[in-house]
Design a protein around this ligand. Structure first.
Ligand code: GZL
Length: 304
């Protein structure tokens, strides 16, 4: 199946066992921690040898990791690209080495779709639309929104912004009066929200691209003597345990789920790709939304 040392059943180590090189974005959020655990647990139960690398949210570390996977002649490479661009050269090197690549979680912006076998992850534009729809349906009149964007250049940040703006366009009196990246971290969200509270009068709503930045904003809002979820409403994306707890407590008003449990689907796709089987170019994950009542009901069973 195109060289690269993998036989039909994979097993570049010659033992029939598939080796996967996985380059993870980092450990920036509760979502990422859950995603990493899902990948590592799934590799174990699938009998796939995992070479795991944490890039600390730096693209150059991902490029280095992918190049070392190519050197090691792994059977398959999977990664979540921290940003959308700058991948064509390294993916061409993987292609020339006959090593298939699976994009997980975040997508890349490249014209050459032959550079990867498939993309497994959420529809982030749809997640942004769901957030916008809640705002349109649950507010009347003039609404001033401040937006805590994810990592600059990352697919979820670009797409969640796009989907949100597409839907709120129906209500010209809903205005995004300030927007800035908090880099998907709690500290980043808190820092940017502190600045917004100083610079922007009359904030009605915070739209945070993930729970962690929303939780940071809650700290800043409380420090400013206001009640999160009441004086300033908060919409976030992810639905990790800490976010769901804040939602159940009424400090967040609505959460759009982004499913991090991609591990089992990833390992299943990897086995198919290594065996040279056809796989869909895009596999979109199932996910929902939560109100405070739904969060209270879901929390006891929540895996992450
Ligand atoms: C989305 C994922 C994002 C999460 C953040 O699939 O890439 O990155 O929404 C995480 O929590 O940091």
């Amino acid at each position: 199946c195109g060289g690269g040392g993998a036989g039909a059943a994979g097993g570049s180590q010659g033992d029939g066992k598939i080796t996967m090189g996985f380059s993870q974005v980092g450990a920036e959020s509760g979502w990422r921690t859950a995603n990493t655990k899902s990948v590592q647990d799934a590799a174990k139960s699938a009998g796939i040898e995992l070479q795991f690398s944490d890039a600390q949210q730096k693209q150059e570390n991902q490029l280095k990791a992918i190049r070392s996977f190519i050197q090691q002649k792994v059977d398959v490479i999977a990664f979540s690209p921290v940003v959308e661009t700058g991948w064509d050269a390294v993916l061409l090197e993987a292609k020339r080495a006959g090593i298939p690549v699976i994009l997980t979680d975040r997508a890349i912006d490249s014209d050459d779709t032959s550079l990867y076998a498939t993309f497994l992850g959420s529809d982030f534009v749809e997640e942004g639309r769901k957030a916008g729809k809640w705002l349109v349906d649950n507010t009347q009149g003039a609404v001033n929104v401040v937006e805590l964007q994810g990592t600059t250049g990352a697919a979820p940040a670009i797409d969640r912004k796009e989907g949100f703006e597409e839907v709120i366009a129906a209500r010209p009196d809903i205005k995004v009066v300030a927007t800035q990246s908090g880099d998907f971290t709690r500290a980043g969200g808190k820092q940017v929200m502190e600045a917004f509270l100083k610079s922007t009068p009359d904030i009605d709503v915070v739209y945070a691209h993930n729970d962690d930045m929303g939780l940071g904003a809650i700290e800043a809002i409380k420090a400013a003597g206001k009640k999160p979820g009441v004086d300033i409403k908060i919409i976030t994306v992810d639905a990790v345990k800490d976010g769901m707890q804040a939602l159940a407590n009424g400090e967040i008003n609505f959460i759009v789920e982004c499913n991090p449990l991609l591990g089992d689907q990833l390992m299943d796709l990897a086995k198919k790709v290594v065996a040279g089987q056809e796989v869909p170019k895009r596999v979109v994950t199932e996910e929902t939304t939560f109100t405070p009542e739904q969060a209270k009901a879901a929390l006891p069973e929540r895996q992450y």
